[in-house]
Structure formats: structure tokens, C-alpha cells
Design a protein around this ligand. Sequence first.
Ligand code: GDP
Ligand code: MG
Length: 670
Amino acid sequence: MSYLFALAGNQNSGKTTLFNALTGSNQHVGNFPGVTVEKKEGQLKNYKEASVVDLPGIYSLSPYTAEEVVTRDFIIQEHPDAIINIIDATNIERNLYLSLQLMELDTPMVIALNMMDEVIASGNTIEVKALAEHLGVPVVPISAAKNEGITELVHQVLEVAKAKQKPARMDFCEGEVHVAIHSVAHIVEQKAAKQGLPRRYAATKMIEGDEPTMAALQLTDNEKHIIEHVVENMEEKLGTDREAALADMRYSFIEGVCRECVVKHGDTKEQKRSEKIDHVLTHKVLGIPIFLCVMLLIFWLTFDLIGAPLQDLLGAGIDALTGVIQTGMEAAGVQPWLQSLVVNGICAGVGSVLSFLPIIVLLFFFLSLLEDSGYMARVAFVMDKLLRKIGLSGRSFVPMLVGFGCSVPAIMATRTLSSERDRKMTILLTPFMSCSAKLPIYGMITAAFFPRHAGLVMIGMYVLGILVMIGSGLLLKSTVYKGKPVPFVMELPAYRLPSARSVLLHMWQKAKDFLRKAFTIIFVASIVIWVLQSFSWSLQYVEDSAQSILASIGGVVAPLFKPLGFGDWRAATAILTGFSAKESVVSTLSVLTGAASDGQLSVILQSMLSPAGALSFLTFTILYMPCVAAFAASKREMGSWKGAIGNALYQTGAAYVVALVVYFVARMVL
Ligand code: GDP
Ligand code: MG
């Protein structure tokens, strides 16, 4: 017998932690609401026939965000054998709100009462048995992070699935709401059955005025009239609107249950501690300066104190290895063209990118500390007011911060935004945050042109990206994306010490991704570029790459970049190949210039570009359309080619204009 289980719960209830405990697979665990945006699936550790799907964290089943839609569609359409509803026991009232809605889906269900370790440590108690009786579904106390209660949970879930044991009660309503729900349930019963929708779920959704459900049911006008009449009657008698009436109904039931089952002496230790920390970190005046200091500290540690020596070390190692390979090939009498391919093509291309591994791993290390500790959520909160000025809300800040690492997860993280408008705008603006793939480009240009002001130029480029983002926000707010960002409501999770395992896993995954990219895309791109620059159109091996195929292609686009100060065909080609991955800009230039070392590359670059041209080149590369992977993510999330291409055109256009300005100004100053 094979089973499918759905794991559902609020954000930060410990879903990902439980998923990892259940499946033993390596998933990233975050402490920011909304990190889990993808549907992850895994098999139970000791029961391979059963698989679990980690659904996005949500607070209700109303279709306000893409994630809520994903969750309800999954449960209704995929018919999981059971729902594992994980709830944060330290926040039981709010978490049960979703539980009540999940029960309406009429699917076997077990509640996993998580974070019991914190509840017990704080001296509070929860009467688990009584809770289960009131709710009509089994409740298993667990601590996902401590791996406690997982075996019992699995046992219980399998039991419920085998017996197809549905929630014993769904009727939590009283009085007017009760009357309304049951009347509507009768009306929609047959049509709901035909669509495979649970009866009570269909009824409450109709009362809430849920459009997707309304469309699915295909009611007659007559039926709609009757329902509207029933609902209006309820609203009138209760003196509230329909949504509030249902929410009140659920909350008053939850209150009653908690009064009986939960003994609470006060907040948990973690909640008290968080409150104290928040006094400082989300302070009205100090909040933003503190955040800026944190970011500066992170950049300093990443790029300077820890990152730079490691990078030098790795670079020296790569150079030494290249030397060994070259002498080896010479000694073995390998053909000169093959030697050139290996040394000038592969070693130069892959090596120039590879040396950035330490910095990229460090950057992701710090980003995941921010995320897992819960600080990222505070930053979003603190930044909300500022972001509003450019037409976004605090929620957009997280994708942007993630964008410093990589645009792909950043674009995906926009799924937590509830408004289409905010979402599309964030997808367009996020790539302006300078991603880690651009670091090798900074490294190359600053080493050649601004060795004594490398830090300044780099910070300047990050700031420039942010300024362009702000400018674009202002522009879009009054043109394409008119309207207001949605109000910012986000729960601030308690600060928790990130687990070493989760952080290390995250770093390892990033290192793996990066290495894979270096040895696949960059590797192939380096070879292709070497071939294109070593042969002419008549497939003759050419000594001077100016006679090559690549030179003629680069020559066609180069004039476009002439006004920007980098009309050299090699620079133009690097811009083109940068589309495959931004690191390719560096590997392309290394290959094209035939430089044997970083020092030599610097010298050649100096002869190719003026300092002003170099600055303009740098500006253009950080701003122009992101790489293929980010473009694909943008297409997926925007939902259309048109949207994605529009974004790319806008980004490239902005890059062109800004680089033009930078070149103009730099020429006067430098
Ligand atoms: P998700 O957003 O629902 O996927 O939640 P996560 O799995 O990312 O967990 C949120 C935070 O709660 C992380 O910092 C976890 O380490 C922490 N956490 C998860 N389960 C427990 C638990 O049982 N006890 C304690 N004390 N912390 C937990
Ligand atoms: Mg998660």
C-alpha cells in the first residue's frame, strides 16, 4: 500500500524541520516566514512506500497568496491519504485557525503539536488528550528540532490513513453562522460532490465569497440568489460582514478549547527574550542604522577579513596547478593547440571563476544566519516604511536581500507576496541587487584599474544597484504599476539560534551549486569561446584571435557599446556570454585575452579600456538583464514571456542609460 501525506501548517511552525526529520532528506530550514515556497517531496525514512509533501506555510485557506492557492489545490486535487497539520504549540490559538479550515477538507488528519520542548521549559501545559477530543482529530506532541515524538507521529498518521479516519467533527459553529452554513451546504451539496469538493468546505467558501470556489461550483443564478440572501440575513443578524462572521466563529471555538486544554503562565522564555531583543533591533530610530552596520560587518567579513585571504590562497593553488599541467603537457609533447585549449581555455576560464568559491560560500553563510535567526523578518519590518516610498512593502525586502546572493531564489521568494502588483514589481527590481555571480567581475576590474580603491568601487556598485532600484521603483509606481502596496502584516517569529546543521547544509548546497556551474556552464562556455576565438570562419586555427569567428561576432555588437566606452570586441563578446552566467564575463575575457595570470589580464585590460570605460563596463554588467537561469525564473513567476522579456528589456535599457551617465561623469573626473 502506498500513501501520500501532505504536511501543512503556519509559517515558522517547524514544517521544514519536521519534513527533514520525517524524510531524512536534506532540506533548507529557515526561520523567516515564507522561505518554503516550493513543494518538496520526500519518502518517509522507515516507510519507503509513503511520501510526504512539504506544502508552503500559510495562515488560512483563503486565496490571498499564491501559496494558499498551492496548498488548497494540492489537498483538494491530489487527495492525499492524510494531512499532517503541524502547529506551533507556543502559539496554539493562532495556529489552530488553519487547523479548523483544514478539517473542513474532510481528509484524514493528524495534528502534530510542535515546539513542545519550549512549552514544557516555560512551565506551561497542554492537555493533549482533551485537545484531541475537542477537535475530533488525533494530536501528537512532538519536538521536530529535537527529534522527539516523530515515531509516534508516523505511527498515528499511518493508522489514520489506513483506517481512512476523517475528522470526527467539523461543526464548530453556533447560532446564526450555523444556520447559514447548513443552509448553504444543502444548496451546494450536489454540485460540490460533482466537483469533488467537500461539502462543508464548499459552503464556508461560498459564504466567504471565495471566487475560485464560486466559479468551480457553477451554480445557477437562482441558487446564487438564495445563498446571497442567506448570507445577508446572517450579516444583518450578527452585525458583521461575512468574512468576519466566519473568523469570529472559528476564534470563539478555539478560545473555548484553549481555555479548557491550555494552562498558560505567560510567554515562553524564547518569546520573552525576543521581545527584549526587538526593543533594540526594531527600534524606530536605531533599527535602520543597526541593520546597515550588520550588513557592513557582513560585507567586511566576507570580502575582506575572511574572504580575501582564502580567495588568494585558492587562486595561488589554481595557478600552481595550471603551471603543473602546462609543464606536464610540454614535457609530454602535446600538440600546441591542445595545450592552448587546456591552459588558455579551460584553466583560465574555470580557474578565474573558481577562486570566488570562498566568498560566495561566506556570503550565503551570513545570509542564512540572518534568515534562520529570525532577524530577516525584523529587517523587513524596519524597512517597510522606506520601501513604501517607492511603491513596495516590507515584504519585498526579503527577496531583495536574497538577491545579494542570487536572483533565482530571490525571484522565487516573491511568491510570499499577496498582491500581483507588488509581486511583479519586486521580480523586476530584485535583479538590480548585485548578485554573488558578479563578484568575479568586480574582482577583475578593480584589480586592473582601481587596486587601491577596490573596496570603494565595489561598495559603490552595490549602492548604485540599490539607487537604480529606487529610481525604477519611483518611475514604475507612477507609470506601469500604479496603485498602493498592500499593508504590511507579518508575524515576527521568535529569535532562535540557527542550528549548525541547517546553516552548514545551506552552505554546502550553495558550494555544490557553484561548483556544478563552474564545471558545467563555465567549463563548456570556456571551451566554446576558446574554439570560436581560435578558429576563423574557414575553420583555420588562427594565432591572432582578432581574425577569429568570435571577433567578427563581437565586432557586430561592439559599436553599440562604443558610446559607453567599451567598444572593444572582446568586451562586447564578454557581455554577450555573460547572459549564460554572469561569471562568464570574466572567463570570457580571460580566454579572449589569452592572459596566463591575473597580473597579465590586468595589463591587457588596461590597454583595452580607459578607467572611465572600465567603470562604465562594470556598471553595465551589474545592471543588464540577469543570466538565463534568472530569466527563466522571471518567466515562470511573471507567468508570461511578455512579462519576462519586458523585464529584461527594461533592465538592459536601464543598464545602458546608467552606464552612459557613469561614463560621461567618470571621464570628467578620472
Ligand atoms: P517552517 O517555516 O514551518 O518551515 O519552519 P522551520 O522548520 O524553518 O522552523 C522554524 C524555526 O523553528 C527554526 O529555527 C527551527 O530550528 C525551529 N524549530 C523547529 N522545530 C522546533 C522544535 O520542536 N523546538 C524548537 N525549540 N524549535 C524548533
Ligand atoms: Mg520551511
